[in-house]
Design a protein around this ligand. Structure first.
Ligand code: TRP
Length: 382
């Protein structure tokens, strides 16, 4: 840490977005430019809505903002080529509410298109990239985290969870085909590998590519995969897209979401500060405490706030309403207006939010318990 002391505020806030680290103020426009992805246009959203019947809340509110080949996938679909969905989770600890965002959207797509989902639990990845972590720990977390996925209502009929370590025999041949066609120099340039990077980590991206292609091996049907995921995963898809056609597959398509902000200053969420994230297993009192301490855009005194209003743009509490906990556009706009004009105080918003989160979690936790009896039905080897 000492090395950062001499940095200016601007440097400290410098954006870093890799699959293993997200830091600083995230500039999404810049990510689109630097990663070379496409912005989600209104026209494309309308095209999607032709099949889904509505523009999903997460699209309307700009939570998903970028894509690769979503247009191609829809064109193929129109001509009769289906697609599969693929997403995943690095089981490094309990699931927090932000992780649910792309999963909720994935469920929406799955329902609309009645398509198969492959879900990868990367217990191997989390073991390799963290010096401190033991393999039995990340594997155990993988089965635990699967309960959160199942609790969202996915059906076993078309949901296939892959636990990398347990299921490696199913993945290994495709991983080899992929790995053989990616040079070390490409991988190094894409992921920033160093002399000190362990060998497992260097090979590992080939494993994340596998579920893009596995449907053909399992069913004989060659169709593209569409991946809803946070944009930090994009480097994996870049190298996968490069080699897909060499192996006779479609390039995987993506739709990218923003990161759900944490409750810390400037929307920070950090694993080292567990109070900045709400985990799905948190008790009502813990939720209340975390929301109570959340960073808002409020003024330092009530009088000042009543007079000048507050700023929802920087407020983590408002972001939670926007992304997850206020589905009614009109009510959201009303809350925003009240906030800006001093008609509502941060304490009131915090109370509302804590109540909503707790209502959601009470249900979620019940479903999570029930999922313990069902988990085997979702395993890719069942
Ligand atoms: N690497 C991801 C993580 O650390 C896990 C993952 C594997 C994933 N396959 C994916 C995420 C596909 C999104 C989409 O969280």
């Amino acid at each position: 840490m000492g090395g950062r002391l001499g940095l200016s505020d601007e440097e400290k806030d410098e954006m870093i977005v890799t699959p293993w680290e997200v830091k600083g103020r995230v500039d999404y426009e810049r990510l689109i430019r630097e990663f070379g992805t496409q912005p989600l246009t209104d026209e494309l959203l309308r095209k999607l809505a032709k099949y889904t019947g509505e523009v999903h809340l997460q699209l309307r509110r700009g939570l998903f903002f970028s894509h690769r080949d979503l247009d191609t996938v829809l064109e193929l679909y129109e001509k009769g080529t289906r697609f599969v969905l693929y997403t995943g989770r690095g089981p490094s600890g309990p699931v927090h509410i932000g992780h649910l965002v792309p999963w909720i959207f994935t469920k929406h797509l799955q329902d609309a298109f009645d398509t198969r989902l492959y879900f990868q639990m990367t217990d191997d990845e989390k073991f390799l990239v963290d010096d401190e972590r033991e393999l039995d720990e990340t594997s155990r977390m993988g089965y635990d985290n699967a309960l959160d996925l199942i609790a969202l209502g996915f059906k076993p009929r078309n949901t296939y969870i892959i636990y990398d370590v347990e299921d490696i025999d199913l993945l290994y041949d495709i991983a080899l085909e992929v790995a053989k066609r990616i040079t070390y120099s490409t991988a190094k340039a894409t992921f920033g590998f160093q002399e000190s990077t362990n060998l497992g980590w260097v090979f590992w991206p080939a494993v994340q590519a596998v579920p893009c292609f596995i449907h053909k091996k399992l069913t004989g049907e060659n169709v593209p995969a569409l991946i809803p995921a946070a944009i930090d995963q994009d480097p994996y898809w870049r190298i996968t897209r490069d080699i897909a056609s060499k192996l006779g597959y479609f390039k995987p398509a993506q739709i990218h979401n923003r990161f759900l902000p944490g409750l810390g200053i400037g929307g920070k969420m950090s694993a080292s500060e567990p109070d900045t994230a709400i985990f799905t297993v948190d008790s009502p009192d813990v939720v209340k405490r975390k929301v109570w301490r959340a960073f808002t855009g409020g003024k330092s005194t009530v009088a000042e706030q009543r007079k000048e209003g507050a700023n929802p743009d920087v407020c983590s509490v408002y972001q939670y309403f926007l992304y997850l906990f206020e589905e009614d556009d009109r009510k959201l706009a009303e809350r925003e207006h009240l906030c800006r004009t001093g008609g509502i105080l941060c304490g009131e918003c915090k109370k509302d939010l804590a109540d909503r989160i707790n209502r959601f979690l009470a249900e979620h936790q019940k479903k999570r318990e029930k999922a313990k009896d069902e988990i085997q039905k979702y395993h890719i080897k069942r």
